[in-house]
Write a protein that binds this ligand. Sequence first.
Ligand SMILES: *[C@@H]1O[C@H](CO)[C@@H](O)[C@H](O)[C@H]1NC(C)=O
Ligand SMILES: *[C@@H]1O[C@H](CO)[C@@H](O)[C@H](O)[C@H]1NC(C)=O
Ligand SMILES: *[C@@H]1O[C@H](CO)[C@@H](O)[C@H](O)[C@H]1NC(C)=O
Ligand SMILES: *[C@@H]1O[C@H](CO)[C@@H](O)[C@H](O)[C@H]1NC(C)=O
Ligand SMILES: *[C@@H]1O[C@H](CO)[C@@H](O)[C@H](O)[C@H]1NC(C)=O
Length: 852
Amino acid sequence: MSGGDGRKTARNRIKPSTTTTTTTDDHRELRNRKGLRKERGKDQLRILDVNFALLGFIILTSLVALLFVFRSVQFTDADHPLPRVITPFPAPKIMDLEIFQGDHKESLYWGTYRPHVYFGVRARAPESLVAGLMWLGIKDGRYFMRHVCQDADDLQTYGWNKHNGRDYGHQVIIDHGMTLTTSFLKSKGNGSGYGGDWAVQVGVQYEKLIEGMPDAAHLFFYVADEGQNTLRLGRSVSDIDEKSLLAFGSRADVGDWEIHLKSTDDFEVHHIGLKTPHIHNLSDLVQGILGLQVRNFGHLELPDTSDDSPNIFVYQITARTPFKADIAFVTGTDIDNDKVEERVNSLTGTSLTSQLHKKENEFDDKFKKIFNPSDKLDLESVEVGKAAIGNLLGGIGYFYGQSKILFPQPSKHRSDGDSILYWPAELYTAVPSRPFFPRGFLWDEGFHQLLIWRWDTHISMDIIGHWLDLMNIDGWIPREQILGAEALSKVPEEFVVQRPSNGNPPTLFLVLQDLVCGMKRNQFSATENKEMSAFFERSFGRLEAWFQWFNTTQSGKYTSSYYWHGRKESQTIFELNPKTLSSGLDDYPRASHPTDEERHLDLRCWMLLAADCMHSISEQLRNKKESWKAYKETAELLADFDLLNKMHFDEDYGAYFDYGNHTEKVRLRRQLVEKNGNQPPSLELVREVLEQPVLRLVPHVGYVSLFPFISKIIPSKSWILEKQLDIISNTSTLWTNYGLRSLSKTSSMYMKRNTEHDPPYWRGPIWMNMNYLILSSLHHYSKEEGPYRERAETIYNELRGNLIRNVMKNYKQTGYLWEQYDQKKGNGKGAHPFTGWTSLVVLIMAESYSEC
Ligand SMILES: *[C@@H]1O[C@H](CO)[C@@H](O)[C@H](O)[C@H]1NC(C)=O
Ligand SMILES: *[C@@H]1O[C@H](CO)[C@@H](O)[C@H](O)[C@H]1NC(C)=O
Ligand SMILES: *[C@@H]1O[C@H](CO)[C@@H](O)[C@H](O)[C@H]1NC(C)=O
Ligand SMILES: *[C@@H]1O[C@H](CO)[C@@H](O)[C@H](O)[C@H]1NC(C)=O
Ligand SMILES: *[C@@H]1O[C@H](CO)[C@@H](O)[C@H](O)[C@H]1NC(C)=O
């Protein structure tokens, strides 16, 4: 099993697409009712057969999952206490705080919290009513079902161009000549049930009529109850005129509810009612049903039938384009029935349209107020900035489930130990990338929140609170959160299990530091201040435990030294340089031979941030805790310039490095490798070490080298600062016209593969999160008196310009923000859309940095 975590290249992390298509010669005719033209006979439907190998894989994985459940039952039987690793941190939950109850909680109840589908709504509840949209896309004359965001769909663009994280969003999706818009609105009407009502306006349009393309579009809107409550079909759904009740039901949380469809365009509706707990692969089911319909009856339409007591209804809405449909969801319909029609009217038609316009203007105003993009930026860049934060906010998800944790007790079956389930938990979190990483990542989250707290401190505190509540009694937080069937369906089995010995950069301290500084500088309103105080009072114990977890389990052999534990020596013979997944920088080169003598510069600087932040928080608490002094001392120790230089500075190079047991003389060679048992030996790439490693500084210049610069501990008058500016601005090392490389061109590991299957990841490409931190320091030094102030300012301006220009150029060319950017050509690489930390380009545009 691999590290079990670490965000490896998208390519390695995505389950194969389930969409396969075959041709059928079945022609279909749309009934000519309501003036819909007959579709041409040559519009063929390629359906969608079942991939049997995949089905086998799914069944197998389900069995394996069941096995895990049984194991965990054994582990937790009443005679034995819970194993430590799955024992929650013994303190009141942050999310139980008063500030997260009442109006706050209700105002965030419904949302577009299903980031992995193109459009999906759910509530922040474990067993919610969920809604979503699918449609038939057409590519090369074939139909494809669209539902779950996936690269294979090859859409020209999609994402929330605007979204306020609360009650408004506008998304544009371009699918091979077909443009869909989804506009979301939430409102608490007079008489609505808990959480209020919501509506979505879907617009469909073909760019131009392509020869052979039908002019009708097929949307599939569904509503499903995860709690398996029975849904009821609205009367005369199939005979709709302008508007209709699609479905209704009743739930404990919101009371009776109804869902209505309204449109002034001609359309036709067919439906199917299903009873199944599997909502995560609903599109497979619907594809299968449509395929059957076409084969049996020649109709591309749902059969207008239903299972008994269905918990899902899917509505096929077929209409000639362009057309618009409004779908309104109203709750509490049992209380005050007179008001229902009024509310439905207000959430559809011209009233909906005008409310959406109003919300759009509010979004634009807020964006301007908060990010105040400087006048130098053109209008287009501002629009991309809005799309970046829009999709970050619109991509916020809610998940519920149990992580799988490696149980560190070797059994006779597996030397590694077995996996065990964490307690069932909920997570409200932003996600790095809706198609590739639609779940929580601890290391990314701190960067997301740098943007989100500036937009809405309440959402930010709510997200951070959820993360800290996932802490176990040891102060450990699982770093990749794969909760629930929907999240699991996106992750290959071997990456699911989390190791309780592995950490991840505590980036949340970046945000907490900003918040606590803001409190000191009176940046927030009195109410916000009060709420943040309550938040810090409640979370302090957890933050202490978190800090202590790092300060003890990740400490090095010498005082004030730290290293990422968990690098695997067993693997070293196959890896050019053993990976350091827990650092978040995966394959960034470290000492060639992992030992406990290692000192990792980045972790040392994260610890400085954490200690410093803990000290600042202590000072804000009503009753200062005893420990404040220890944080102050630890922060001072880690900021000690001489000590830092002694442990990590290379005088000759003028650069900071890791320290460890290292040789530069390694290479991968194809060799015959003996296998266990009776498997024949095979040819594999094996690492050769051509020189005895020795304890030394590890001479790779790159992001890690710049951590002391990022931490701003280099005095502004020091010649060492000049050296850092040299390294940053030198085109032979880190500088490109598109941003700073992760690793210097002069490094022996520059753009080297780590294994046969591991292309370079943090060995050259440009990453926005690190560029943001470096830029932030350049900005700092451009304001500090000293001999290098002007140089810092020049470099700052150029780097900022390069980053913005390149992200904009790529967006214009490809329709997306990307996970990383190529250091040679500047083109986007890896996962996309990637509106996680790449969205930091908005803060770069706004010149908004930490002011601590
Ligand atoms: C809500 O409806 C009730 C009864 O229909 C009415 O008395 C009340 O004034 C309404 N409130 C608002 C804010 O419209
Ligand atoms: C959906 O997934 C479940 C298990 O997760 C599986 O049993 C079922 O067959 C799948 N349905 C389809 C249509 O693929
Ligand atoms: C961190 O660990 C070091 C070494 O054990 C210790 O001296 C220091 O006090 C610790 N810091 C805090 C804040 O507990
Ligand atoms: C460095 O690694 C080599 C090869 O594994 C080993 O022989 C040597 O003892 C290590 N040195 C230290 C100081 O750990
Ligand atoms: C840039 O870096 C290269 C490689 O380290 C070095 O040889 C060269 O002198 C540097 N150039 C400047 C202007 O510092």
